[in-house]
Design a protein around this ligand. Structure first.
Ligand SMILES: [Fe+2]
Ligand SMILES: [Fe+2]
Length: 191
């Protein structure tokens, strides 16, 4: 190998190191925000179930809540395995998620479903972005994200079937919940 080639490959090795670290940091942030998001989702359903006691959609909400618990447990495990620092905002999502679930359920079953559609659409776009960013960098995480994303889309469809779009003021309610969810994602990625 010529000296020029040797120098080139040495330079490549050095310049790859910061990139690798960024990649690892990015994956850590993904796991942090996903755990936070699944926690928030579980709390939204807790809030909804506290209000929607005997309505027709309760069984559907219970099923979705059970799936959110499974998602959360998986991310809790991943956070422990990979030694990721969890978001410092869990106490806030504990309260905000529950409040959002309970408040929309108080507006009625359709509004509760509108909340689910809005949140799931944001989570779908979030998970889709993660899968694109991950590429083949972390097959284990990508498989989990793809699996859960399919569940979230199912939740969105279930909520639409239960009349989400019939909520009075649906576009406004949906836009507000989406904006809040995007802020929660942005914050939990960083804090
Ligand atoms: Fe989920
Ligand atoms: Fe979900």
């Amino acid at each position: 190998m010529s000296r020029r080639h040797r120098n080139k490959s040495a330079a490549r090795k050095i310049t790859r190191l910061p990139g690798d670290r960024t990649n690892a940091d990015a994956i850590t942030r993904m796991i942090r925000v996903d755990q936070a998001g699944e926690y928030g989702a579980a709390r939204i359903y807790d809030g909804q179930l506290a209000v929607l006691k005997n309505l027709a959609a309760v069984a559907a909400v219970r099923n979705m809540a059970a799936q959110e618990r499974r998602h959360l447990e998986r991310f809790d495990k991943l956070v422990a395995e990979r030694r990721v620092r969890p978001t410092a905002l869990s106490p806030l999502w504990h309260v905000a998620g529950y409040a959002l679930g309970a408040a929309t359920a108080m507006l009625g079953e359709h509004a509760a479903m509108a909340c689910t559609v809005a949140v799931e659409e944001v989570i779908d776009e979030h998970y889709r972005g993660q899968l694109e960013a991950l590429g083949d960098a972390d097959a284990g995480l990508a498989a989990i994200v793809a699996d859960f994303r399919a569940d979230e889309l199912e939740h969105r469809d279930t909520a639409l079937k239960h009349g989400a779009a019939e909520t009075p003021g649906y576009p406004l309610l949906s836009a507000a919940i989406k904006a809040g969810s995007r802020i929660a994602i942005w914050l939990s990625t960083r804090i």
